[in-house]
Design a protein around this ligand. Structure first.
Ligand code: PMP
Length: 279
């Protein structure tokens, strides 16, 4: 498996990052996960723009996100990812003497890109629906930045796994924000609701796709608040994200959503989404 690291293409086993890298020492960096469908990176431009916005927000000296496109394409090609796959991109503030404040100007950002085949989660999760638990959202107040600092997400997702569920639905001040690695949607009286794009969630690329598809299908959709205690009484619940795509949630905290079957609006959105993908 060939990867890209700081200007070089090399076998993954030979790729080395400094122990002084601020990604390693401080989780001082950003990442993106891009889906590959039929050998093509999906919504790559949107992911690169989000990476750039993150670099600007964190004042990481990395601006030429355009240069990542040919890198992604070359890795897809050279690694023979002709079907479904994943591109992983990570940019850190680079290697420097360990000080909390920024390193000297001109310190090179560390740039890592990998592309590999990906079969995805088991298909029954989309067909029969997945389950979730609620967990406190104890992340910082800049969840809009796709930082590699993911400990709260990891702890919440691990709790979900330990409870033999798929996702942790995060709750801040009694309100559902998002999942540990997905955006959360509710359906009430035929209308889609998801937490407002703000500093408290990552505005998912797939979230934007769901708004677009809903518009095309004539399904009303808006940003709004889902109170944690109302979650169980919604007509439908689903997740959106690069890897989860549009995934029905049929039970939360062991309580079934309606009859415990994926809802009709979720099914319609998923079908339309899948049909829109390159093949
Ligand atoms: N929220 C969080 C916390 C995530 O990690 C993800 C997955 N990147 C998402 C939402 C969904 O974002 P996207 O649709 O861009 O993958």
């Amino acid at each position: 498996m060939l990867v890209y690291l700081n200007g070089e293409y090399l076998p993954a086993a030979e790729a080395r990052v400094s122990v002084d890298d601020r990604g390693f020492l401080f989780a001082d960096g950003l990442y993106e996960v891009v889906r590959i469908y039929a050998g093509q990176p999906y919504e790559l431009e949107e992911h690169l723009q989000r990476l750039l916005a993150g670099a600007n927000a964190l004042q990481i000296e990395y601006h030429d996100v355009r240069a990542l496109e040919p890198i992604c394409r070359r890795l897809i090609e050279e690694n023979g990812v002709s079907g479904n796959g994943i591109v992983y991109i990570q940019v850190t503030r680079g290697a420097a003497l360990r000080k909390h404040h920024f390193p000297p100007k001109g310190t090179q950002a560390t740039v890592y890109v990998a592309a590999k085949p990906h079969t995805g989660y088991p298909s029954h999760l989309w067909e029969d629906g997945a389950t979730a638990i609620t967990m406190p959202d104890n992340r910082w107040a800049r969840c809009d930045i796709k930082s590699i600092s993911l400990l709260p997400n990891i702890m919440a997702n691990e709790a979900a796994m330990a409870a033999e569920t798929f996702e942790a639905v995060l709750v801040r001040d009694g309100v559902v924000t998002e999942g540990s690695h997905s955006n959360v949607w509710g359906v009430r009286d035929g209308r889609l609701i998801t937490y407002p794009a703000s500093n408290y969630i990552l505005a998912g690329i797939t979230r934007a796709t769901v708004f677009r598809l809903a518009g095309e299908l004539g399904i009303p959709a808006s940003e709004g608040l889902i109170l944690a205690h109302e979650l169980y009484d919604l007509d439908e619940v689903f997740l959106s994200g690069t890897t989860v795509e549009i995934m029905p949630i049929v039970a939360v905290d062991g309580r079934m959503i309606v009859d415990g079957e994926p809802g009709p609006i979720t099914r319609r959105l998923l079908k339309t989404f899948r049909n829109s993908l390159p093949r």
